[in-house]
Design a protein around this ligand. Structure first.
Ligand code: SAH
Length: 329
């Protein structure tokens, strides 16, 4: 503002328009002079995602959004209603390069990182579209957040800034496939966010089959990084474990998982795998999921089964974007 010859307090006004009132254009900023609004729109771009498609689940009200970015790339986000409040799941990259075998987001690799503004605007756009208050954010959409480290950090700062949405960091969860060095880095940032780790297997050999990242960082190195995260932050860890029928859902898998996690303050979130058409993985039966859960709980590992939401609307990571691109190719 100073460089534009304006008083400093104008910066606060613009910030307020952007992050509290969530303006979509400089023209909405009516307490600024017309000439300043013109100057601003000439010298800068206001990120505003465009809704391309919304699919609402007839089962549970989950809404899946397909947004286009200013360069034409597409990303998806999900709005979920829970008894205790609404959550939004945001994407952190266009595509993903982690290669997890069961995931649709990664089939074509990564296109580019999302900017902090592009991650934030997924939340703003959904707030505006639904008119609902959002109380929790999970960075569990397409992309690997710790592969876009600096932008994710900036996003968390903006999201939890008291002059913006002011979201408590305890209501923000970042999910990683296990980029070990960045997990150590994150532990030192002094944040209060929750860390979720996509584990999906209880030993190195099985994890390597499902997740290429395990070739780079072993399961033991991953668990050591998790311990460090808890020691530094005191935040309970969440392990995501997608159950794939006949692959990682046996009693032996459960017992091995207990041994692996016994020293950690954690909860295991079991997710029946959401089958994608490009792969032949099948989900575990309901009975198997519940037995797996019981086996963990009997040995004092907290385990929850993720409510499956949006199965009728391409709910799994990357499915909607992929289908839309195929249909429009
Ligand atoms: N890259 C991050 C965040 C994105 S994925 C990560 O790996 O954690 C969010 C979660 O959904 C991850 O645990 C991922 O492994 C899981 N996931 C992706 N596709 C899935 C599918 N088809 N079925 C079940 N879980 C899936």
């Amino acid at each position: 503002m100073t460089s534009l010859g304006e008083p400093k307090f104008r910066a606060g006004q613009v910030y307020d328009w952007l992050h509290k009132k969530q303006a979509r254009s400089f023209d909405e900023m009516t307490n600024l002079s017309k000439s300043l609004r013109e100057k601003l729109s000439q010298g800068s771009e206001l990120v505003a995602l465009q809704i391309v498609r919304v699919q609402e689940s007839q089962i549970d009200g989950t809404r899946k959004y397909l947004f286009s970015l200013s360069d034409g790339n597409l990303i998806e986000s999900v709005f979920m209603k829970y008894k205790f409040g609404n959550s939004v799941c945001v994407s952190s990259q266009v595509g993903c390069r982690m290669g997890c075998r069961f995931c649709a987001s990664t089939l074509d690799g990564v296109e580019r990182n999302l900017l902090p503004s592009e991650i934030l605007d997924q939340i703003y756009a959904i707030t505006r579209d639904t008119g609902e208050k959002i109380s929790r954010i999970v960075v569990m959409g397409s992309g690997e957040p710790l592969d876009n480290y600096d932008n994710i950090l900036k996003f968390i700062q903006l999201l939890s800034d008291e002059n913006g949405l002011n979201m408590g960091q305890r209501n923000i969860t970042v999910s990683t496939c296990g980029i070990v060095p960045n997990m150590y880095k994150l532990a030192d940032e002094k944040l209060q966010i929750n860390l979720a780790i996509s584990l999906h297997a209880s030993n190195q050999a099985k994890r390597q089959e499902l997740m290429p990242i395990a070739n780079k960082y072993s399961i033991d190195e991953l668990i050591a990084a998790c311990k460090n995260y808890f020691d530094k932050t005191g935040r309970q860890l969440t392990f995501e474990y997608s159950l794939v029928g006949g692959v990682n859902d046996t009693d032996d898998d459960a017992d091995e998982l207990v041994a692996l996690l016994s020293d950690l303050n954690c909860v295991v979130n079991l997710i029946p795998v959401n089958p994608i058409k490009e792969r032949d993985f099948v989900e575990s039966t309901r009975e198997r999921v519940l037995d797996f859960q019981k086996r963990l709980e009997k040995r004092h590992i907290n385990a929850t089964v993720r409510r499956e939401m949006g199965r009728d609307i391409d709910g799994a990571c990357g499915q909607l974007r992929r289908r839309h691109m195929e249909e429009n190719a």
